[in-house]
Design a protein around this ligand. Structure first.
Ligand SMILES: CC(C)(COP(=O)(O)OP(=O)(O)OC[C@H]1O[C@@H](n2cnc3c(N)ncnc32)[C@H](O)[C@@H]1OP(=O)(O)O)[C@@H](O)C(=O)NCCC(=O)NCCS
Length: 224
């Protein structure tokens, strides 16, 4: 097979990016078993990046097919909150009442109320002026394990450094141990509390937890 090619995102990649988002949406596996609606899922996790900040997105082609992406955001205050996107879909498209998605919607709300009341939850997204940028990265299995993820992250961090951005963060799932190991390998370190994520469960019903990771860039790199 030919060498993977990393290139800037074009608007013609949008559908494939949304497809990959859904196909890798549960710890690298398809999200369809718990969220049976690709449109709302992709809107939550890739919509802002493809539609409002496409200049910060990179894709990788393997054998001529777009097989992964890094979706970046320079100033996280501008990004959409996935919870707000989900709520909009629930109202406009009735997903809170469709058999295919009602369960996850109502479970998310019940979890959120429980977590807020027990002091384990928050409605506020991660915000720290030292790490204003963030990223999402997802590769189809065909693109994994060849150094592509590390190349994508390196390229994104170089772009941020050139812009003078002081740091970058990301949010992954604590139980996605492969992703946490990958992000540590490319220079991120864990930060903050591991809060339960409303609605997200293992197939046998155990809850998932968030893991924020951060990396300093530019002059401060490596000093924290
Ligand atoms: C996580 C992911 C982006 C990593 O990209 P990748 O191209 O497969 O990783 P690389 O080949 O660049 O690996 C770089 C380093 O990360 C670490 N790493 C990568 N995959 C790993 C794994 N499965 N387990 C442990 N460490 C891993 C290794 O240290 C590796 O260095 P090495 O190859 O010299 O050992 C990719 O596998 C992926 O998209 N997975 C599914 C989606 C996902 O989980 N995304 C993150 C959600 S926030």
């Amino acid at each position: 097979m030919s060498e993977p090619v990393i290139r800037p995102y074009h608007s013609s990649d949008r559908e494939q990016v949304r497809r990959i988002c859904y196909l890798t949406g549960y710890l690298g596996d398809p999200a369809d078993w718990f969220w049976r609606d690709q449109e709302s899922f992709a809107d939550m996790f890739s919509g802002y990046y493809t539609d409002l900040e496409p200049e910060s997105a990179l894709v990788v082609e393997v054998g001529g097919e777009v097989s992964g992406y890094l979706l970046g955001c320079v100033d996280s205050r501008r990004a959409w909150n996935p919870g707000v996107v989900a709520a909009r879909h629930a109202l406009r498209r009735g997903l809170a009442f469709r058999p295919s998605t009602a369960r996850i919607y109502w479970r998310s709300i019940t979890d959120l109320v429980h977590d807020l009341l027990s002091g384990q939850g928050t409605l506020a997204p991660f915000e720290d002026e030292r790490y204003p940028a963030h990223l999402h990265i997802d590769l189809l299995p065909v693109a994994r394990g060849m150094g592509v993820g590390a190349r994508l992250v390196r390229r994104w961090l170089e772009e941020l450094t050139a812009k003078g951005v002081p740091g970058c963060h990301l949010e992954t799932i604590l139980e996605n141990t492969a992703a946490v190991a990958f992000f540590e390998a490319v220079g991120f370190r864990p930060a903050g509390r591991n809060l339960p994520i409303p609605g997200w469960r293992t197939p046998d019903g155990r809850r998932h937890h968030s893991q924020v990771m951060v990396q300093d860039l530019g002059r401060d790199r490596g000093e924290h």
